[in-house]
Design a protein around this ligand. Structure first.
Ligand code: GAP
Length: 622
């Protein structure tokens, strides 16, 4: 599949016509993400599928992740993090914050609003896509942006090129069923369609000179396979819109359109009379709209009427860090190089939500903009690549499942001078976890221009390389490591999920399911278990719990079921240690501490327990 490019305004892929949904971010994902290959998957697809199903089932049964609004039939695009899931996500995000902000002198934090002024998204390019027409291929179901689709010459052949012979056979069958023609198959290519004019294509059987059947054509084909069998164009944008203010904009739309459509058949004239714009024929409220396209005209009216109230839910956390660059730099007297970090919710009206929490419409991100001197960006890029990969692998059982993917030249936005994805080997193949991009001064430049406010940094100590005089005023360059927090939750759950066969005390074989979560990520750090519910053991266990909670260790008292079952339950939810109060505790003041991964138990004095768990948490190494 061709790599779809999504950039901010002016982002144009250098390669090929098979590109570019709405004016989005620099790289693939968003509307269409890079195809995920499972070529390197170490085990068979079915087994991998099984792991995913087991993790999803465990997430629900053990309180990690639930489907949103489940009792009403569920919402596929959103998820709720249950008692253990929200602890895991919070721990993961705290670890990121600790590593990226708390432990660094040159990075500061920001917690910006989710709703910002619409100008932010116009300058960043995210809003541009609202009027972009999207189309579906009726053969492959691919959705793409009409104005960026390949436009083959007419008259001329329109071969449909499939991924392989099998796909070609399937698509030939679909075309026969839907459109009643049997195309000639030549390997992975389906022949027989021709563009007969700029507005019509047809089927010309082998040896024939004229089409036996024709269809209307809009002059372009689908980027993926070159199919001219397409649906009507529809506008689409990945940002969620909402309205600010007491007046309901839908009411205004209804009133205005009722007046326009009720009063006159000549819609363009009625619109011009109401809004006093657009003398030119074929233009309505500043938009080029064909005479007679009433739906588009009314859409333009609706956009116009609601534009002052419309705001967007942020589709990334990054923009606020550019918009607040000057405030942060001045209020903190920050010197370049320095970073601004932010984590939190983002919202994208994804066309395809998939693989559980891998891609959802509401998700969380952990992003940092690192501002540096022009010319130093590639050194910083190397630095942040190392830092970020070391962060991911620090918490992983299997570091070999993390890798970098370098973006090809034709994937890069014109202003970017490098971009890498940190990828994880998910059960379905390699997929993105984080993007690390060298964005030059593009974003600050765009906001400076759109806002009319200077976002330049003034370095009093350095000479301007052009004039040789102090100070040096410049727009800093930016390295942006942008990670998905909710995607990271899925990655570490998959990395931690493990089944082990073991022999019980009675010699039977049993399967032990465990989550080998890094203790700093684990929702519960220590379970405290009275061996039995009598002889003062529950009371002793409660004392221990109190001490742990006071010391800030997330601990859980658990007395239900046999101690073996309780160990099994805590293995399954990733609790790294279980402290058990038994008969000996009451005589010598010690408890057993069982390790989740090795199942080895050691006796520890209650008086040392808090310090022991704290030390294990701080110094844990795989
Ligand atoms: N500011 C840069 C930016 O937003 P991105 O690659 O679009 O770049 C960064 O997003 C990360 O956010 C991705 O690597 C991915 O981990 C996560 N992400 C993006 N869209 C997502 C979605 N719909 N669901 C879950 N995570 C998503």
């Amino acid at each position: 599949m061709s790599a779809f490019f999504l950039g901010r305004p002016g982002d144009t892929p250098s390669g090929g016509a098979a590109s570019s949904p709405p004016g989005w971010r620099r790289r693939l994902p968003r509307l269409y993400e890079a195809p995920m290959s499972n070529a390197a998957a170490p085990s068979p697809a079915a087994a991998n599928d099984d792991v995913m199903k087991k993790v999803v089932a465990l997430c629900k049964s053990r309180g990690f992740v639930y489907q949103s609004s489940e009792i009403y039939g569920g919402l596929k695009s959103a998820y709720d993090y249950g008692p253990l899931g929200c602890e895991l996500k919070r721990n993961l995000m705290s670890e990121w914050w600790r590593d990226m902000v708390t432990c660094r002198e040159n990075v500061v934090g920001l917690d910006a609003s989710i709703i910002m002024r619409p100008e932010v998204w116009r300058a960043s390019g995210h809003a541009a896509g609202f009027a972009d027409p999207l189309v579906d291929c009726q053969v492959s179901q691919e959705r793409f942006r009409a104005d960026k689709a390949p436009r083959p010459a007419a008259p001329g052949p329109l071969p449909i090129t499939c991924a392989d012979k099998g796909v070609a056979k399937t698509y030939a069958e679909i075309i026969e069923k839907k459109f009643g023609v049997v195309l000639e198959r030549d390997g992975n290519v389906l022949n027989g369609l021709v563009a007969s004019s700029a507005t019509e294509f047809g089927y010309v059987p082998k040896g024939a000179s004229a089409p036996t059947q024709t269809w209307a054509w809009r002059g372009y084909v689908s980027p993926l396979i070159g199919s001219p069998f397409l649906t009507a164009e529809k506008s689409f944008n990945l940002m969620f819109r909402t309205a600010l203010g007491a007046v309901d904009p839908m009411q205004e739309v209804a009133e205005v359109t009722a007046a326009l459509t009720g009063g006159s058949e000549d819609l363009p004239t009625a619109i011009r009379a109401k809004f006093g714009k657009d003398a030119a024929e074929g233009t309505v409220l500043g938009k080029a709209i064909a005479v007679g396209d009433r739906a588009k005209m009314l859409r333009a009216v609706a956009e116009h009427v609601t534009s002052s109230a419309m705001v967007y839910m942020r589709p990334e956390t990054a923009q606020a860090m550019f918009v607040q660059f000057r405030n942060v730099q001045q209020s903190m007297a920050a010197k370049i190089p320095f970073g601004i970090a932010q984590m939190g919710k983002s919202f994208r009206n994804e066309i395809t939500v998939e693989h559980f929490i891998f891609r959802s419409c509401e998700f969380e991100q952990m992003e940092m903009e690192f501002f540096c001197e022009p010319g130093t960006q590639l050194q910083w890029m190397e630095y942040w690549k190392d830092q970020r990969m070391s962060w991911w692998t620090r918490y992983a059982n299997d570091p070999t499942k993390f890798r970098f993917r370098t973006h090809e030249k034709d994937e890069l936005a014109h202003y970017a001078d490098g971009c890498y994805d940190v990828e994880y080997l998910y059960p379905w193949g390699w997929g993105e976890l984080e993007g690390i991009a060298s964005r030059t001064d593009h974003d600050l430049h765009a906001h400076q221009e759109a806002s009319g406010q200077s976002l330049e940094y003034v370095d009093q100590e350095k000479e301007d390389p052009k004039t040789g005089k102090k100070p040096w005023k410049y727009l800093p360059y930016v390295i942006e490591p942008a990670a998905g927090a909710t995607r990271a939750v899925l990655c570490f759950l998959l990395d931690a999920y493990c089944e082990e066969e073991r022999t019980t005390a009675t010699g039977e074989k049993e399967l032990r399911t465990l989550l080998k979560l890094h203790p700093r990520l684990a929702p519960i750090k220590c379970a405290v278990l009275p061996l039995v519910k009598k002889d003062g053991m529950p009371e002793k266990a409660r004392e221990i719990i109190d001490a742990m909670l006071k010391a800030g260790i997330t601990a859980k008292y658990d007395e239900k079921g046999s101690v073996g079952k309780r160990y099994a339950k805590h293995d399954e939810i990733g609790t790294p240690w279980c402290a058990t109060v038994d008969g000996q505790t009451l005589t010598d003041g010690t408890v057993t501490v069982r390790d989740r991964d090795t199942t080895v138990q050691v006796r520890v004095a209650i008086s040392d327990l808090v310090a022991t768990i704290k030390a294990k948490l701080e110094n844990f190494e795989r």
